[in-house]
Write a protein that binds this ligand. Structure first.
Ligand code: E4P
Length: 220
């Protein structure tokens, strides 16, 4: 399973890229607004830090303007992935960009029917938002299972299921059990994945025993 990080915070991106665990980055207009720098500069910088796909979202509602925005964004770096909303104009833009060989991430997916449309439009990634579905009492992970099942019925579907709106490590583990291709994680969730109280407890005991023994690995 690939891990993308869901943030526009450059400090987090630089820090987490060094773990070697980050396969890509997703941003959205809300996250970009928090970064407080010119969007094209932000995308350029992220693309120098992370070699994998970096999703940059168009913001216009209509196909023609989405295409103009996408043209600006895809020229920034080869690893820019254009993010479009799951609307008729967004999917029209997806088809056009995919036919040109550009990676497209179709975002704001909340149903299996929408995911079928994204695959037919040639998306490289579809982003179902599990957390936002859970928030309204629906089954976010159930949707991931449905989409993975549907896509696996067709050998010609190349669209990867990118689990988005991830809120906790359980979402990550459940998505992996289902076989989703990618999860995009807020930095805090990626950092949470390391944690287990027995790891801390075990390490403290090993360290204490080692210090008491006077043994060394590195000679002075
Ligand atoms: C996906 O690409 C989105 O940026 C993101 O996962 C949305 O998450 P949220 O529901 O926590 O805002």
């Amino acid at each position: 399973m690939k891990f993308f990080i869901d943030t526009a915070n450059l400090d987090d991106i630089r820090d987490l890229a060094e773990t070697g665990l980050v396969d890509g980055v997703t941003t959205n207009p809300s996250l970009a607004a928090k970064a407080g720098i010119k969007f094209t500069d932000l995308v350029k910088e992220i693309c120098t830090v992370v070699a994998g796909p970096v999703s940059a979202e168009v913001t216009a509602p209509d196909h023609a303007t989405m295409m103009r925005e996408a043209d600006v964004l895809r020229k920034i770096a080869d690893n820019v992935c254009i993010k479009v909303p799951l609307t008729p104009d967004g999917l029209k833009t997806c088809r056009k960009l995919a036919d040109d060989g550009t990676l497209v991430n179709v975002t704001l997916c909340f149903s299996a029917a929408q995911a079928i449309l994204a695959a037919k439009a040639g998306a490289a990634f579809v982003s179902p938002f599990v957390g936002r579905l859970d928030d309204i009492g629906q089954d976010g992970m159930g949707l991931i299972a449905e989409i993975v099942e549907i896509y696996s019925n067709y050998l010609d579907i190349g669209t990867e299921v990118l689990v988005a709106s991830v809120r906790n490590p359980i979402h990550v583990v459940d998505a992996a059990r289902i076989g989703a291709h990618v999860a995009t994680l807020p930095p805090s969730v990626l950092r949470q994945l390391y944690n287990h109280p027995l790891t801390d407890k075990g390490l403290a005991a090993f360290t204490a025993d080692w210090e008491k023994s006077g043994l060394k690995i590195l000679e002075d």
